[in-house]
Design a protein around this ligand. Structure first.
Ligand SMILES: [Zn+2]
Length: 255
């Protein structure tokens, strides 16, 4: 079914649910422009891009539309994304878990620290270089060696994200426990499970457990929105709904 037709049907399902579990995946990421800097500096440029996205950006608008849709219902959000843009939609910090990390944070081998001031300094130093040097990997690496260092122990820092080697899982575990506690309260409740643009990057985080949660709770419904991977397992029968759409476009289809 076309997404415009399905939007109101799904909005009704959310309104009639008691609790809402939201999963956010790869398709919710904003596309990154070419930073015009060396590859070594690209993650810092991405950090800056995410932070400077205007309210009119469609990803931000989609997050706001999603927050509005959830309304006053008890909700929990699990996101695969590390851009922290979900908070721009007005979701509460203690009701979101990001198991793949957060670009608001950096880490060494053992400490997690705020990314903001460090990233700003690194970008400032790289942009002070002559233009051809800004695209030079060795020059960028020199800047990183000097400024991407842990304020506690002096060891090299990188973003606190799962794709980096040595990712400190401890960063999200407390929140993961809160999520599991919340999830245990959904049993026998009318639960709406809304999965938005989640593919197979880390299926063990959202895709598979959401199917399982829907399967074991007879009152649950799973709504899967994805431009390509929208199929829902036949075991869920009529409690599984597929929407063939990119999630951002789907959420903005009422605008
Ligand atoms: Zn350290």
């Amino acid at each position: 079914m076309k997404s415009e037709m399905q939007y109101s049907r799904i909005a009704d399902k959310i309104r009639s649910a008691e609790m809402i579990l939201i999963g956010i995946g790869e398709e919710f990421r904003p596309g990154l422009p070419n930073p015009g800097l060396a590859a070594e500096a690209a993650p810092y440029a991405a950090w800056e891009y995410y932070r400077s996205l205007p309210d009119e950006d469609k990803v931000i608008r989609a997050y706001k539309a999603l927050r509005k849709l959830a309304g006053a219902k008890p909700y929990f959000v699990v996101t695969l994304n590390t851009d922290d843009l979900v908070f721009r939609g007005g979701f509460e910090r203690d009701l979101v878990v990001a198991p793949c990390g957060s670009m608001e944070k950096m880490q060494c081998e053992e400490h997690i620290t705020e990314a903001g001031p460090i990233c700003e300094k690194i970008l400032e130093e790289i942009r002070k270089l002559p233009e051809e040097k800004q695209k030079d990997g060795a020059a960028a690496a020199e800047v990183l060696k000097k400024y991407a260092v842990c304020p506690l122990c002096g060891k090299p820092l990188h973003f606190h994200v799962k794709s980096e080697e040595g990712y400190l899982e401890s960063g999200y575990l407390d929140q993961w426990q809160n999520y599991n506690r919340w999830l245990s309260c959904t049993l026998n409740r009318k639960l709406c499970i809304l999965e938005l643009g989640v593919g197979f990057e880390y299926p063990q985080v959202i895709r598979w457990p959401f199917e399982k949660a829907a399967y074991f709770n007879q009152k649950a419904e799973l709504i899967r929105v994805h431009s390509r991977l929208w199929q829902v397992t036949s075991e869920l029968k009529e409690r599984g709904i597929s929407v063939e759409s990119a999630p951002v476009d789907f959420l903005l289809s009422e605008e």
